[in-house]
Write a protein that binds this ligand. Structure first.
Ligand SMILES: Nc1ncnc2c1ncn2[C@@H]1O[C@H](COP(=O)(O)OP(=O)(O)OP(=O)(O)O)[C@@H](O)[C@H]1O
Length: 461
């Protein structure tokens, strides 16, 4: 077990006090408060070695979220609960990492003499997201984003279930979004490893996402029995929230009253009322996720739901005449789930020996990202909106590109923002890239360090 110290911002010793920007936690410096849950507070932080205000050299590098779980002043039972919750997060983070799950970096226990409220707190260091699906639902989910977001959740769930885990607390607060709005499931404090068909979770969670059977599940020594179908139910509730925000799926003034309505439905005494604002395809999908019993829900695995969404998307893309070709259909199907409509078409060109004039082939200096069909989002690269502004996550378009993609460049600029890649190559040159028809904006910028083949290109005016 590793311990780390706090320093800076030493006022107050209350359990609920907020760490000020600049406070050092282990090797990290707090930059702002993100939010609090029942047992933890989450902060944005940067590495202690990096100067404030200075962005990471490349998008996505450096900034983290610190989830701090205080233990001081709690009863031994509460401390056990927190340690257990941290253990689940760490285990899952180590063993089931995936681009659709928030990345886990490290954990440590704080030694905090100046701040007794944080003495013995457990700190989880995670990849930092830009916000949550809850924030987006409250702000209004753009119509064009809805299916893509559900597909992303489904992809994360499919991975979790395949790896033998149940999330057990799936809700919009725990669906985080990257700056490019890519989906990352998070908060694995109740995640449960399956032994056979089920596992046991602590008797906690969020009532509005409990399936009917959970309300009557007996509490044994190991906890409450949970199965992947519990996550599928929660997914159904989320689909409804995304397509019909603010419209309750089950009536009731309190979570317990709504839980009674869920049980009535589960026992066949009430009908499911999916709001008419939910489009037909998503209504059918939500209805299957919300099948009243575990048994009726079981055929609708995350994998099968994902396949339906992919087929639906492909049919729509084909209908819109934007199919990207046959060679990479299988790969694209996966990519479409997460970044639908936001990948550039480069079928067949990855294998071509050289890019002709006007085309640039993307080069990723990270070695693990050069597999020919590696469309892992962690390996994706951003294209900048403005080559004169710092190349940070705020300055990239939603379209992602991967090593080997061949892009159409129409001109270049010298004297843009300097970019250094992972092999320490530096350049101020940028290429203007044409994005697929219908993209807004219609062009974006690739730093010259992201390609090794450069053909003659005119200067941009
Ligand atoms: N890695 C992260 N990046 C950005 N925001 C995060 C991250 N992890 C959590 N958050 C946000 O921080 C807030 C607090 O999260 P936390 O996990 O402590 O509680 P919660 O999920 O809201 O509630 P509870 O866990 O008690 O059910 C939430 O709004 C969540 O969306």
């Amino acid at each position: 077990m590793r311990t780390a110290r706090t320093s800076g911002g030493t006022t107050g010793d209350d359990r609920t006090d907020v760490l000020p920007p600049g406070c050092r936690i282990g090797g990290w410096v707090v930059t702002r408060l993100i939010g609090s849950g029942g047992w933890s507070t989450v902060y944005a932080a940067r590495p202690a070695g990096r100067r404030p205000g200075r962005a990471a050299t490349l998008p996505g590098h450096g900034d983290v979220a610190l989830k701090i779980m205080p233990t001081a002043g709690l009863s031994p039972r509460q401390v056990r609960r927190i340690v257990e919750s941290a253990r689940r997060e760490v285990e899952l983070g180590r063993r089931a990492g995936h681009s659709r799950l928030i990345g886990f970096q490290e954990w440590f226990v704080l030694a905090s003499p100046e701040r007794p409220s944080l003495e013995g707190a457990i700190v989880l260091v995670m990849e930092r997201a830009a916000g949550s699906l809850r924030d987006l639902i409250e702000a209004g989910v753009p119509e064009a984003d809805r299916g893509r977001l559900i597909a992303g959740i489904c992809e994360g769930l499919a991975h979790l279930h395949r790896s033998g885990w149940v999330h057990s607390d799936l809700k919009p607060e725990n669906v985080l979004l990257g700056r490019d709005r890519s989906v990352k499931l998070s908060d694995f404090g109740l995640a449960t490893e399956l032994t056979g068909t089920h596992g046991y979770a602590p008797p906690m969670g969020t009532l509005d996402y409990f399936p009917p059977e959970r309300w009557k599940a007996p509490l044994g020594e190991l906890g409450v029995r949970v199965r992947p179908t519990a996550d599928i139910w929660a997914l159904g509730v989320i689909i409804h929230e995304v397509f019909a925000p603010g419209v309750p799926l089950f009536a009731g003034a309190t979570p317990v009253a709504r839980g009674a309505a869920v049980q009535e439905y589960g026992e066949g005494r009430a009908a499911l009322r999916v709001d008419h604002a939910v489009p037909a395809f998503w209504r059918a999908l939500a209805t299957d996720c919300l099948a009243p019993t575990h048994r009726a829900r079981a055929p609708h695995t995350a994998e099968s739901l994902l396949a339906r969404i992919t087929a639906h998307r492909e049919a729509r893309v084909a209908g819109a005449g934007r199919r990207c070709g046959r060679a990479r259909t299988a790969v694209l199907a996966t990519a479409l789930c997460g970044v639908a409509g936001a990948t550039l078409c480069s079928d067949g060109v990855r294998a071509a020996p050289a890019a002709p004039a006007g085309l640039v082939r993307v080069y990723n200096a990270e070695r693990g990202c050069r597999e020919p069909v590696d469309l892992d989002l962690r390996c994706s690269l951003g294209l900048a909106v403005d080559p004169l502004r710092p190349y940070t996550a705020e300055n990239v378009v939603p379209t992602r590109v991967w090593h080997g993609d061949v892009l159409t460049a129409d001109c270049q600029v010298h004297g843009g923002d300097p970019v250094i890649d992972e092999e320490d190559r530096q350049s101020t040159r940028w290429f203007r890239i044409r994005l697929p028809a219908g993209s807004v904006p219609s062009t974006a910028w690739l730093p010259a360090v992201r390609t090794r083949e450069v053909r003659a290109l005119p200067e941009c005016r």
